[in-house]
Design a protein around this ligand. Structure first.
Ligand code: NAD
Length: 367
C-alpha cells in the first residue's frame, strides 16, 4: 500500500493558486511513480485570508499546518491589500508561519540551468549549484534594538544627536542546530561546506567559527572552508561554481542568497525550504512573490513551485529518488527547449510555453 503523507497547501494570492495547481499535478505524478499518496488540505493565508476572515493567518490555519507533515505555499500579497492596516498585511502570514512553526533554517538553492546561462549577469557562467543554509530566527534581526538621544560628542566635536542600535546575539545551541543541517546537506551533495562570517570583527562570528571547526573535525569526509562575508560576496561572482553548501547567519544569508539567486538568471526557477525541529513540519515555497502583473495570464513559471515540491519530498520525507526525478525532469524540460515568458530569449531551439504546457512536459519527463 502507498505511504500517505499529509500536506497543508496554501495557494495564496496572485499567481500563487496557478503555480500551486501545477505543483500538485507534479506531486501527484511523482506519488504514482514512487508509491506515495498525498492527502491535501487546502488553507487560506495572506490576502485570501484577509478577504475571508479579516486577518492574514488564523489560529485554525496555523494549527492545521502544525498538524500536517509539511506545508506547501504559493505566494501571498498584492496591490488589492496595499492599503490594509500594516498590522494585518498579507506578508504577515509568512512571519506568523515561520515563528509559529519554529522554522530556524532556511535552505535556498541557487542552481543554474545550463541552457539559461545567457540570462545570468555573469558572462560564461557554467555548472553553478549552490545551496544556501541561512539561520532564520536569530541574530541581528531578532536582537535587542532601540533608539535614544545622546548629549555626547564625537571626537571631532560633532554631536551624537539621535542614536539607534541593533544587536547580534547567537547561542551555541542556535549555531549547532543550523550547522548540523548544513553538514547533513553537504553530506548528501558534493561534500563541500563553506562557513561565511566576519570573524575578524564580530564576537558572534568567532563563536560560529569555533563550533564550525569542532564539527568539521567530526565530519572528516566533508571538505570545509571559512570565508569572510565581504570576500564571499566577491567569490560568488568570480568563482560561483566552486561552492557547494554555504552556511551563514541570518543577515549575511539574507543578502548573499539574493546575490546568488541573481546569478542564476530567473526568480521563476528558485525554490526554498524552511525547516524547524526534526519531526516538525517544514515550509516549502518558491522564493518569488505573487507576481500580480502576470496573474491570470498563464505566463507564470511554475518551476520554482515544482522544485519546492522536490525539496519537500527530500527534506520532509526523505523521498530522495522522487525528489531527484522531479529535478531531473525540470532540467530535461529546459534542455528540450520549453520556456515560460520569463526565461524565453527567442532562440530557434526554444518553445514558448504557458504554465500548463511546461508542467505537462515535466510530468512526461518524470516518466
Ligand atoms: P514578485 O516576485 O512577485 O515579482 C517580481 C517580478 O518577477 C515581476 O515582474 C513578476 O512578474 C516576476 N515573477 C515573479 N515570479 C514569477 C514567476 N513564477 N514566473 C514568471 N515571472 C515571475 O515580487 P514583487 O512584485 O516585489 O511582489 C509582488 C507581491 O508579492 C507583493 O505583494 C509582495 O509583498 C509579495 N511577495 C510575497 C512573497 C512570498 O509570498 N513569499 C515574496 C516576495 C514578495
Amino acid at each position: 500500500m502507498a505511504d500517505r503523507i499529509k500536506i497543508a497547501v496554501i495557494p495564496g494570492d496572485g499567481i500563487g493558486p496557478e503555480i500551486m495547481e501545477q505543483a500538485l499535478l507534479v506531486l501527484n505524478a511523482a506519488g504514482e511513480k514512487f508509491g506515495f499518496k498525498a492527502d491535501i488540505r487546502v488553507l487560506l493565508a495572506g490576502g485570501a485570508s484577509i478577504d475571508e476572515y479579516g486577518i492574514p493567518l488564523t489560529g485554525e490555519t496555523l494549527d492545521a499546518c502544525r498538524s500536517s507533515d509539511a506545508v506547501l505555499l504559493g505566494a501571498v500579497g498584492g496591490p488589492k491589500w496595499d492599503n490594509v492596516d500594516p498590522g494585518i498585511r498579507p506578508e504577515k502570514a509568512l512571519l506568523g508561519l515561520r515563528s509559529g512553526l519554529g522554522l530556524y533554517a532556511n535552505l535556498r538553492p541557487a542552481k543554474l540551468f545550463g541552457e539559461l546561462s545567457h540570462a545570468s549577469p555573469i558572462k560564461g557562467i557554467k555548472d553553478t549549484d549552490i545551496l544556501f543554509v541561512r539561520e532564520l530566527t536569530g541574530g541581528i534581526y531578532f536582537g535587542k534594538s532601540g533608539e535614544y538621544t545622546s548629549e555626547d560628542l564625537l571626537p571631532d566635536g560633532t554631536p551624537y544627536g539621535n542614536v539607534a542600535f541593533d544587536t547580534e546575539t547567537y547561542s551555541e545551541g542556535e549555531i549547532r542546530r543550523i550547522l548540523k543541517i548544513a553538514f547533513d546537506a553537504a553530506g548528501g551533495r558534493r561534500r563541500k561546506l563553506s562557513l561565511v562570517d566576519k570573524a575578524n570583527v564580530l564576537t558572534t562570528s568567532r563563536l560560529w567559527r569555533k563550533i564550525f571547526n569542532e564539527m568539521a573535525a567530526e565530519h572528516p569526509s566533508i571538505e570545509t572552508e571559512c570565508l569572510y562575508v565581504d570576500n564571499c560576496s566577491m567569490q560568488l561572482i568570480s568563482r560561483p561554481s566552486d561552492f557547494d553548501v554555504i552556511v551563514t547567519s541570518n543577515m549575511f544569508g539574507d543578502i548573499l542568497s539574493d546575490e546568488a539567486g541573481m546569478i542564476t538568471g530567473s526568480v521563476g526557477m528558485l525554490p526554498s525550504a524552511s525547516l524547524g525541529a526534526p519531526g516538525k513540519p517544514g515550509l516549502f515555497e518558491p522564493i518569488h512573490g505573487s507576481a500580480p502583473d502576470i496573474a491570470g495570464t498563464g505566463k507564470a513559471n511554475p518551476c520554482a513551485a515544482i522544485l519546492s515540491v522536490a525539496m519537500m519530498l527530500r527534506y520532509a520525507f526523505n523521498y530522495n529518488d522522487a525528489a531527484h526525478a522531479i529535478e531531473r525532469a525540470v532540467s530535461k524540460t529546459i534542455s528540450d527547449g520549453y520556456r515560460t515568458a520569463d526565461i524565453y530569449s527567442g532562440r530557434p531551439e526554444e518553445k514558448i510555453s504557458d504554465l500548463c504546457e511546461i508542467t505537462l512536459a515535466i510530468i512526461k519527463n518524470i516518466g
